[in-house]
Design a protein around this ligand. Structure first.
Ligand code: IMP
Ligand code: MG
Length: 207
């Protein structure tokens, strides 16, 4: 190929205006991180991963469902060979969740022994869930195990977890969008926004 070939991929297409999201948009009081900003940051992280893991063919492991938009954009921003796998977890109860114990609903389909595993998460809050999952993966003896999170709330951390790649710090407020949900909704918003208080004051799923 010549050096003048046109780009074959564009990360970040044309975005709809906020109003296009109809009743979802009505529930949002403020856009905290616009879609373009998220995409620029994801591209930067992808470039770092491409450099750091060159020749290692990393295995990206995501936790369903919140990680879907992030991992989908991130893997297209990585230019080296890689593989992708998913886990799914569910909380047993509020008490169990407080201790970071989660039920594995779906395990990985690939073995990770000897692999360079990059654990990709949408958000790290207390760190309890992530800590539990990392312990679970570590016993399978990967060659390396590192963490990439898009959103972080360092003020709420209960367990210190080394994070190799991080997108943004968030304030201590419930946010939705770009995979993050409130009662299963809002994951499809391409930005991160704050919910209007009345949306969760009434415990309503509809606004
Ligand atoms: P923790 O780090 O164990 O406290 O839990 C992090 C999990 O809580 C994430 O994987 C999300 O599923 C969820 N979570 C934390 N903060 C938010 C938020 O602001 N919006 C939506 N989900 C959140
Ligand atoms: Mg999650």
């Amino acid at each position: 190929m010549s050096g003048n070939t046109p780009p074959v991929a564009r990360i970040g297409a044309d975005w709809y205006p906020l109003e296009a999201y109809g009743e979802l948009a009505v529930g949002i009081s403020e856009v905290l991180i616009p879609a373009e900003e998220i995409h620029k940051r994801v591209l930067t992280i992808g470039r770092s991963i491409s450099d750091d893991y060159a020749g290692l063919e990393p295995l990206l492991v995501g936790v369903l469902k919140g990680v879907v938009p992030f991992v989908a954009d991130l893997l297209r921003a990585i230019t080296i060979p890689l593989e992708l796998d998913f886990m799914a977890v569910a909380s047993y109860s509020a008490e169990a969740r407080d201790q970071g114990v989660v039920r594995l609903e779906k395990d990985l389909s690939l073995p990770i022994t000897g692999r360079h595993v990059l654990f990709v998460e949408d958000i790290i809050d207390t760190g309890l869930t992530l800590n539990y999952l990392l312990r679970n993966l570590r016993v399978r003896e990967p060659a390396s195990l590192d963490v990439c999170v898009l959103f972080d709330r360092p003020d709420r951390r209960l367990i210190d977890i080394p994070i190799r790649y991080k997108g943004f710090d968030l304030p201590d407020r419930l946010v939705v969008g770009y995979g993050l949900d409130y009662r299963g909704r809002y994951r499809n918003l391409p930005f991160v926004g704050q919910l209007k208080p009345e949306v969760f004051r009434n415990g309503l799923e509809r606004v």
